[in-house]
Each structure stands twice: as structure tokens, then as C-alpha cells.
Design a protein around this ligand. Structure first.
Ligand code: GLA
Length: 694
């Protein structure tokens, strides 16, 4: 590292030194345009009303074996009685290959492991599309990638329609009437209210595995009440906060089966909160769901098998009850294996997102005889180095950690770190070619609200970075190559920072290792804290980290999805700045500005105003290095060629993941291409908790 003969201390002195040595404007530089790389297919843009409607049809159908083995035997009511009054009907004209046929299986491979089935109580099912398939939410956003931009609003789902009061403060929603959970129990406002009152509003429950089921996600002071079994009413402090319709989609408003979960909740039982959360371990089968398939078999480190939900409430225009696919597999393996198996044809689906395997996957898929299609989309996969911005106790830091937090909260420190990252090299270390782009942080290039002119970029510049840290009084006083805190901070110890990353993904740890190496010449000792997915997520959500390298959420892509996560808009909304032990947020002035901008964005639906607000957001975010952007690249959807009804241009990640975007319940396999993959043919889910299909 660069050494100076004088040691500096004190912010005032630092400011004058860093200004004379390196004027602020000289630290910023021209942001190179991302290399040319076009998405391989474009959506066919439509209106929501082209995709679906709710209506009764003259007759309904189901697979023959369901009628003969179950209905005729008296084990199940006829299909018409199992469906709601007006099912959700997918229109044939919007189905890329039209009305489908029943049969076959989609074989997923995932890298996560299920904690259990209490999704709303905070348990993860291992990701990779399991929870997306089990949980149905009030609204739906994944398929919006194909909706015309000027008609963008969440799709109806469990809420089939809604209307606003004149002053825009009340939103009345009509739930689908007569729909049933997969065990036949009615779905109604009791399920909705149990989620809201006893999970979202209960501070002892960290609702949904991502922790996003917080009250403030729906606006400060927002109230929800049940008017009757199929009507609910929201009351907001703001007028027309249409934005919250997005929060009512996956993953923050997908009610669970209250008839099963409620008796285990501490309010209605002797259980502790821990017992409630863990009341439905992976071995518990046939958990009632509103989704198209129900878990019927679980073998640890091997597989989760799901069978069709006989009460599923969606149909095609000919009245065929969905889903078309009878079974779903989730092989419990690794995320890298998901790519390998999808390309080889032993798995059916992958979101190709770990850039390290792109070249090989592309090479193997290029052959006409390859079993799977591989289609690249836009650059919506992005990674950033995020610093813990709480100075008031989130995650209960010790003295060293607190000293790091103070650095994290210092702009010169964040600038030094960002300038020490050689993004070109970092991107190339993952994959060569036109894939990765330099990502300075903030909204992604190529997305709707991105504005290059509002993006401040601090290019790689080690000299300037070192000068900034010198200026902060962080000198290597003991000559061991690592800068020390000033004598009055953390005992003048070496500056050591831990970096949290997820070992389930090679890309996460590769990027984290790259960052660690790049901090060395800056004189910062960064120590890997690499954890498996669930442990990492728990630590990140509870503030137990100095720094973390992570793949970012949909707010950075879509803006309208997860909007409240763009800034610390509430005590528990933001990924790297949550409230301290006293429940308050110690926002820096620029964070307050970002929060105001995001709140203003939420309370207007004027497109021009929104675009302007996001320019300001991007400017303030990137100028202040709110997070250190690392790299941004496209993902590819890999899907076996036998599947029909895969929409053109389906991105692996936009408003949601591809598992939602492709609308799996209307995906099918033409008869002559069906494989022999069903493990439990001609069976349906059994009684909740029982071990296996009926
Ligand atoms: C994981 C995977 C993604 C996607 C999501 C779905 O995060 O890495 O590709 O499958 O699960 O939740």
C-alpha cells in the first residue's frame, strides 16, 4: 500500500487534504457502456385482460384418472364442485401453444434445503421455485414482463378485483369466491386476516422467509379488515398508493392455511414462537396449499415430490382444470448441478445465473440435438458489496464491529472501497465475453428507470483510494501491511472487516474472494465469513455482518416491485440498514433523502414524475456509494424442449423469477413427447401430515 510520511487525523484536515490532492470531480469518470448483448427473444406485449379473466364456464374437465379413481369412488366431489364460482380462466389466445393436455412432470433441481412448510411463519422451502409454486398471493407480478408498459399494474390472483374509494385512502378487494385449499377447506378472508394480524403484525414473527412480511411494506399506519368472507378493506394514510398492490404479490402477501397454522400459533396455543415456526418440518406432508401442486414426498438430500392439487382454482378456456402437469420434482442437489442437469436433459429447468458456467452451457446447448433450449435475456442479475449502515446497534455489534460501522457510514471510506474495485477484472474473472458489464451501483443499466446521466461512477483508482483512507487517519502504524484504526478507536487495532457471502453459489464466493483480494493493496484486511444459504440469510436479516456480497433483489431491476426496499422506508424494510435495538433508524442525511424520494415515488402514479424521482435516486445513491456495485450480467432460461406454452422473452428475473414468469400451471407437454417421469402416477395428495399420496 501507499505510505505517507505524515499521518492525518480529524475530518476537517482530511477534507482539505483530499480536496487539494484529488478534487472530487476528478475521482468520478466516464462510465463505459455495457458491451453489446441483445436478449434472444422479445415478449409479445399484451394487456392483462388478454391473459386471463374470471368467469364460470358451462363445463369443466379433469384428467380421466381423477374422475375414475377418485370422483367415481366417492373420495372427491366432482370437479365443478371443487372449483370456485368463477375460476380464473387463462385465455387460449395468450397461450403460446394453445390449450394443453394432461400429464408428465417438470423436474427441477435446487441447491437449497427445506426448513419446513411454515412459509408465512418464516421458513424457507429451499427456493428454486418451490415456494413460488406452493404460495398463491393476492396479486401476481411475474408475468408482467409481457404486459404493455403503459398498462402496468399487478395482475389479479386471489384478489380477483379491487376498487379505490374516492379519496384513494380505501382499497376494497374481492377475493375469489368458493376457492378451496388443496385439502378442500374453503379459502376466505380468515386466511388473509390470520396472515396479516398474527404474522405480519406480530413482532415476534419474521413473516415469510425473506423477512419482507412487515407492516411497513404496506405503508405506515396501514390497516386491513375483513368485511365479509370474500371482501377485505385496506385503509392507507396516503391517497392512491397503488404501489402497494405490488407488495400484495409474491413474496409478501401469500396467505397460509389458517385452519392448519392457527392452532399452532402462540396466540391460540401453548407453543413458543420457535415451536410455531417449526411446527411443520419437511417430513410433514400434504400441507394444504393454494398452489397447483402439493408436497407428497420428502427424502432428505434427495428429492421433494409434488402432485397436482385437486382443488386448484384455475382453468383454461375449455374448462380444463389446471395444472396440465401432474407432478413436480425438486431434486435436492446444488445450484451448479441445476445448470448441468438442465443442459444434459436429466433435469428440465434452470435459471442460468452463475456466469462461470455460461461458456460451457452455451457450447453444449448449441447443438440441434441438445435436449434443452437456452435463451438469454437482459442484464438483470447484479451483485453488490453492501455495508452494514446501522450505527445504533442493529445486529448487536461489538467494539470492533462498531468501529467498522462508523467507517461504513463515512463517505470517503465508501469512495475508497469503490475505487479499489477493478470491475473489469472482476467481471472477466467470472466469464470472458460480452456478458458482464461494469456496475457502479444503483439501478441497472438497460432497465426502465435507469438514467446514465444520473449515474455517478468512481473508476478504479488505487492512488486516490489510498489517499482517502490516509486522510481518514487509517495508517499502517505497525508496518504489517494493514491499516490501523486511530489510537483512540478499537485500541488502534488492524482494520479487519468480515465479509458475509453465500456458499450455495460459486458466483457469490468468487466475487467475495475477488473483493477480499482487491482490498489488500488498500490496506484493509477483509476476512471471509462464508455460510450456506439459510445461515447467511438469517445473519444478513438480523444485521450480523460488517459487509456482505450478494445478488440483489428485484427492486434494482423493476423498481415498482419491492419498492419499499429501495431505501430504509421503515424500521425493517431495507436489506442493509434496519433499525437498532431501540427500534429507531439512524439515517444519514443522504439516506433520508433517498427515503423521501422513494416515499414520493410510492405516492405518485404520474409516470413523468416517477422517472424524475428515480433520476434523483440514482444520482444520490451512486454519488454516495450507497452500495459498491460489482457486476451486472444477463441470465438465461434453460428449459427442456418438450415443454409447450413457454412465453417468448420470459426473463429469468424481473418482477419475479422465471418459475413465476412462465406461468407453470399452463405449461404442458404434447402427448407424443411425454416422458415416463411420474413417481406417483394416478395419485393425489392425501390428508395433511400423512406420509404420502392417497
Ligand atoms: C434461487 C435461485 C433462483 C430462483 C429462485 C426462486 O434464488 O438461485 O434462480 O430459482 O431461487 O426463488
Amino acid at each position: 500500500m501507499r505510505k505517507h510520511i505524515y499521518a492525518l487525523g480529524g475530518a476537517g484536515l482530511l477534507l482539505s487534504v483530499s480536496m487539494s490532492a484529488m478534487p472530487a470531480q476528478e475521482m468520478t469518470g466516464e462510465l463505459p457502456d455495457p458491451p453489446e448483448f441483445s436478449a434472444q427473444s422479445e415478449p409479445n406485449f399484451v394487456s392483462i385482460s388478454d391473459i386471463l379473466e374470471y368467469k364460470a364456464l358451462p363445463e369443466y374437465n379433469e384428467p380421466d384418472w381423477v374422475t375414475s379413481k377418485y370422483v367415481d369412488a366417492g373420495a372427491l366431489p366432482p370437479v365443478a364442485e371443487r372449483l370456485p364460482k368463477e375460476p380464473l380462466v387463462y385465455k387460449a389466445a395468450n397461450m403460446p401453444d394453445g390449450i394443453g393436455v394432461y400429464g408428465d412432470t417438470m423436474r427441477h433441481v435446487i441447491g437449497g434445503r427445506p426448513e419446513g412448510w411454515n412459509y408465512i411463519g418464516g421458513q424457507s422451502q429451499g427456493w428454486g421455485g418451490i415456494d413460488i409454486g406452493l404460495s398463491e398471493c393476492l396479486t401476481r407480478t411475474g408475468p408482467l414482463f409481457m404486459v404493455k408498459a403503459d398498462e402496468l399494474e399487478p395482475m389479479p390472483n386471489l384478489a380477483k378485483s379491487w376498487e379505490w374509494s374516492e379519496d384513494g385512502k380505501e382499497l376494497t378487494m374481492h377475493l375469489i369466491e368458493g376457492a378451496k385449499w388443496s385439502d378442500g377447506d374453503p379459502f376466505d378472508s380468515e386466511d388473509v386476516m390470520f396472515y396479516w394480524e398474527d404474522n405480519v403484525q406480530d413482532p415476534n414473527v419474521s413473516a415469510v422467509p425473506s423477512g419482507t412480511g412487515t407492516p411497513e411494506r404496506f405503508g405506515t399506519g396501514t390497516k386491513l379488515e375483513a368485511i365479509d368472507a370474500y371482501t377485505i378493506k385496506w385503509t392507507f394514510e396516503e391517497s392512491f398508493p397503488t404501489q402497494y398492490l405490488y407488495a400484495m404479490a409474491y413474496d409478501s402477501f401469500c396467505p397460509g392455511p389458517s385452519h392448519i397454522l392457527k392452532p399452532e400459533h402462540p396466540k391460540y396455543s401453548d407453543n413458543s414462537y420457535e415451536q410455531y415456526k417449526n411446527a411443520f418440518p419437511p417430513e410433514y406432508l400434504n400441507i394444504p396449499v393454494m398452489g397447483a401442486w402439493v408436497p407428497v414426498e420428502y427424502r432428505p438430500d434427495d428429492i421433494i415430490v409434488m402432485r397436482r392439487n385437486p382443488y386448484y382454482w384455475k382453468v383454461d378456456e375449455q374448462g380444463n382444470q389446471l395444472p396440465y402437469l401432474n407432478e413436480m420434482h425438486y431434486r435436492l442437489s446444488t445450484w451448479a448441478d441445476r445448470d448441468v442437469q438442465a443442459v444434459a436433459g436429466s433435469g428440465d429447468f434452470s435459471n442460468l445465473e452463475q456466469a462461470e458456467s455460461y461458456v460451457e452451457a452455451l457450447r453444449r446447448s448449441a447443438d440441434d440435438s441438445a435436449p434443452a433450449r437456452l435463451q438469454f435475456g437482459a442484464r438483470t442479475i447484479g451483485y453488490a458489496l453492501r455495508m452494514n449502515m446501522s450505527g445504533n446497534g442493529w445486529g448487536e455489534p461489538d467494539a470492533r464491529e462498531q468501529a467498522v460501522r462508523e467507517l461504513n457510514r463515512n463517505l470517503d471510506f465508501r469512495k475508497a472501497v469503490t475505487m479499489a474495485v477493478d470491475r473489469q477484472r472482476l467481471g472477466e474473472s467470472l466469464v470472458r465475453g460480452p456478458f458482464t458489464a461494469i456496475y457502479p451501483g444503483g439501478l441497472y443499466a438497460g432497465t426502465t428507470y435507469y438514467d446514465k446521466d444520473s449515474t455517478v461512477y468512481y473508476p478504479y483508482n488505487m492512488d486516490a483510494a489510498n489517499e482517502l483512507l490516509d486522510g481518514l487517519g487509517l495508517m499502517d502504524t505497525d508496518g504489517n501491511g494493514v491499516r490501523n484504526f486511530p489510537a483512540d478507536t478499537a485500541g488502534g487495532a488492524d482494520v479487519e472487516i468480515t465479509l458475509l457471502a453465500n456458499t450455495d453459489y460459486a458466483t457469490d464466493t468468487n466475487l467475495a474472494e475477488g473483493v477480499i483480494a482487491m482490498m489488500e493493496p488498500l490496506g484493509l484486511r477483509v476476512i471471509a465469513n462464508f455460510q450456506t444459504g439459510t445461515a447467511r440469510d438469517d445473519m444478513a436479516q438480523s444485521g450480523q455482518f460488517d459487509w456482505t456480497v450478494e445478488r440483489q433483489g428485484s427492486e434494482m431491476v423493476a423498481v415498482v416491485q419491492n419498492t419499499t426496499m429501495l431505501a430504509p422506508t421503515g424500521p425493517r424494510t431495507h436489506p442493509f440498514h434496519k433499525a437498532g435495538s431501540d427500534g429507531t433508524l439512524d439515517l444519514l442525511p443522504f439516506e433520508q433523502e433517498l427515503t423521501d424520494i422513494v416515499n414520493a415515488f410510492i405516492s405518485t402514479s404520474d409516470n413523468a414524475e416517477r422517472a424524475e424521482l428515480m433520476k434523483q435516486y440514482q444520482q444520490i445513491f451512486t454519488e454516495n456509494v450507497y452500495s459498491v456495485g460489482l457486476t451486472q450480467y444477463p441470465g438465461a432460461l434453460i428449459i427442456n424442449k418438450r415443454f409447450a406454452n413457454i412465453p417468448a422473452g420470459a426473463p429469468i428475473f424481473m418482477f419475479n423469477w422465471a418459475e413465476d414468469n412462465i406461468i407453470r400451471e399452463r405449461v404442458y407437454v404434447p402427448e407424443d413427447q411425454q416422458g415416463d417421469y411420474e413417481l406417483h402416477p394416478e395419485t393425489l395428495p392425501g390428508a395433511p401430515g400423512s406420509d404420502g399420496p392417497a
